[in-house]
Design a protein around this ligand. Structure first.
Ligand SMILES: C[S@@+](CC[C@H](N)C(=O)[O-])C[C@H]1O[C@@H](n2cnc3c(N)ncnc32)[C@H](O)[C@@H]1O
Length: 216
């Protein structure tokens, strides 16, 4: 309980300090974390390489760790140094994180700068895509789908109707940005989305998109 309060306070502070990249007031809730991990839980024939993008204080990481197999490996890539320190601390001290410490790495860089010779069977992303420029979203989605192993699955979320709601109260430049993001997402989701889950009991309610791209 004390840990959750500390993490919420930290997240809240980072939201005001780095709104653009933090993108949410509070860490994701349990139901959203569970939906994001749907394909981490799926049985696989061998060990899985898992990548979490934008783990923040680790709200979804805890669920990944409880769902991953005993031989699976987890990389976490996080831009914000404060969150990186918090995650490192949790891998050392938190009983929920410690069992996976030997099989996990916290990488401190933007996901766009990960070496592109790595391939992951599962990618779980918490990036606030709707805060970014359309060209950034296009680039990030290309990076994420490019990091997938053949038959790998990328899972990411967006808050339901947030683009439409923002567009209603925005000027033309912002509306053009939001339309561009919609097009960038559609270019990936149109041909490759395999499942979409609505998480209505989240604040705010969210869509979780699951994408499979055949990167042979
Ligand atoms: C909406 S928060 C999600 C945090 C956590 N996954 C959760 O659900 O509570 C977005 C996270 O993405 C990180 N982030 C933003 N842009 C990033 C980038 N280009 N590369 C890596 N991490 C990034 C932020 O620092 C923040 O931790």
């Amino acid at each position: 309980m004390k840990r959750r309060l500390t993490d919420r306070a930290l997240f809240f502070r980072e939201f005001f300090r780095t709104f653009h990249t933090t993108g949410a007031l509070l860490p994701s809730g349990r139901r959203l974390a569970a939906a994001l991990c749907r394909y981490v839980r799926e049985p696989s024939t061998g060990a899985c390489a898992i990548l979490e993008v934008g783990p923040g204080t680790g709200a979804v990481t805890g669920r990944i760790i409880s769902d991953m197999g005993p031989h699976d490996r987890l990389d976490l890539v996080e831009l914000n140094e404060t969150f990186v320190h918090r995650l490192q601390e949790r891998f050392q001290e938190d009983p929920m994180f410690r069992p996976a410490a030997e099989r996990s790495r916290v990488l401190h860089c933007p996901v766009e700068e990960l070496p592109n010779d790595r391939r992951y069977h599962r990618i779980v992303s918490g990036l606030p895509l709707n805060n970014f420029a359309a060209s950034e979203v296009e680039r990030i989605l290309a990076v994420l789908t490019g990091l997938l192993a053949p038959d790998g699955v990328l899972s990411f979320f967006e808050y339901i109707a947030v683009r439409r709601a923002r567009a209603l109260v925005s000027g033309p430049t912002e509306r053009a940005r939001l339309r561009g993001i919609g097009r960038a997402m559609h270019a990936v989701l149109g041909p490759h989305e395999i499942r979409r889950d609505a998480v209505l009991r989240n604040v705010p309610p969210a869509w979780v998109h699951h994408v499979r791209v055949s990167n042979a």
